[in-house]
Design a protein around this ligand. Sequence first.
Ligand SMILES: Cc1cc2nc3c(=O)[nH]c(=O)nc-3n(C[C@H](O)[C@H](O)[C@H](O)COP(=O)(O)OP(=O)(O)OC[C@H]3O[C@@H](n4cnc5c(N)ncnc54)[C@H](O)[C@@H]3O)c2cc1C
Length: 422
Amino acid sequence: MRFRKRSSNMQNYDVVVCGAGPSGAMAAAEAARSGLKVALLEKQFLPRHKTCGGGMPMVIQTVLQDLAPEAFVESDVTHMRHTWNFADSYLAPINPPGSGDPLRVTRRDRLSLWMVQRSIFDNALAERAAQSGAELRDGLAVRSLEIEPDGVTIRAEGVKTGSEFLAKARYVIGADGANGITVKSTNLRKDRAIAIAMEVEHPHHWGDGHVELRPDVAHLEYGAVKRGYGWIFPKADHLNVGAGLFRPDQKDARGGREIRLQLQKTIFDYMDALGVKYDRDALKFHAHPLPTWSGKEMLHEGRILLVGDAAGLINPLFGDGIFHAVKSGIIAAQCLSEDAADQYTDRIHDEFAANFDAALSLAKVFYQWTGVCYKYGVKYERATRIATQLLCGELLFTNMKERALRRLKRSVGANFFPAFNS
Ligand SMILES: Cc1cc2nc3c(=O)[nH]c(=O)nc-3n(C[C@H](O)[C@H](O)[C@H](O)COP(=O)(O)OP(=O)(O)OC[C@H]3O[C@@H](n4cnc5c(N)ncnc54)[C@H](O)[C@@H]3O)c2cc1C
């Protein structure tokens, strides 16, 4: 347990970061390294479970810098096994021979996906922030933010002790995720697109079950969840099995019982299909909302900057958010250290908007005609490589959107996507 303050004396900071997930921990580290006085507040005690698949492109190392991969990477995925209704399987390498692409942004030949346990990964990032000079205070929940002309007053409470923490900061970085309090203290993000996903972690002995259950293979299932997909991600000694509804429609009550049952069923069916033995009653399901990108909007208001999930920076096609959370945390800290808070939204838009807009256009097509896209897109021999390049940022959605849609149209007939014009 870390130092917790019992009195309510006002503490002064340049920056208070609310939430120690990847976005907050990276923001705190970067801001502290630039010489700002930073507090990083986390309501849970670290290390803590975070509902997540824990998959990320290995190029994240370029921004994690001094954090050694050995400290958190559990498996290095080089293959994806795609299925439609748990059949029609297609095992594809991420790095097929001769996998050059004229449109890619950089020239990195071997790509892979890293699988982590979020409890370990997030704790390593938070420790790194503390080593960089940020005051890390876990078990301290932010309860209110009062925005004043010269700063923000933050009231937080020790979740076990009930002790009060009172601070004044020139700026607050809202890194408190999908359900955070920071955004509620502002007029930002009133109209949010929310997806939902669920996962279980299941101990696994390599060699048991389906022959393609391997530490280097990520499994993806597209037919079982309407407007979403299921996954099995390999970790060191367990599997992360999950399912998400990434484009809920009007009828889908947010996180409602029916959706949860559908996601749970997909998880059971996936484990059955791959011969994973489990005790149905012992499985612990975790569900959580995913705020996905839905277009440009303001992400700062006065002295408050939103990052990561709090800013809705989840890719609307793939549902990944860790890499974007980390990048946005760094951008927020850079804006503050350069005294350029008012440029924050523009810099986030420069980094993400065009690419996420293109991903959103593809998501609309993919989740409406998933079966067609599976047959002519996912099973296309280079699709797994391309998807990984997109996850890595080596290839931009903006550069391949038209090409992908042309290919689908060619495959199924020019008039198949009449609604698609953007
Ligand atoms: C089931 C599921 C699977 C996913 N799989 C993947 C995947 O494989 N790859 C990927 O890239 N993305 C995945 N995501 C998305 C990913 O988890 C998020 O995009 C990512 O965690 C965002 O990081 P963040 O730092 O913005 O927020 P979070 O990781 O949510 O961190 C927010 C932190 O703020 C803290 N907090 C909240 N309120 C307060 C408060 N009042 N005071 C103090 N602290 C507070 C929370 O306790 C938490 O630690 C998945 C999401 C779900 C739900």
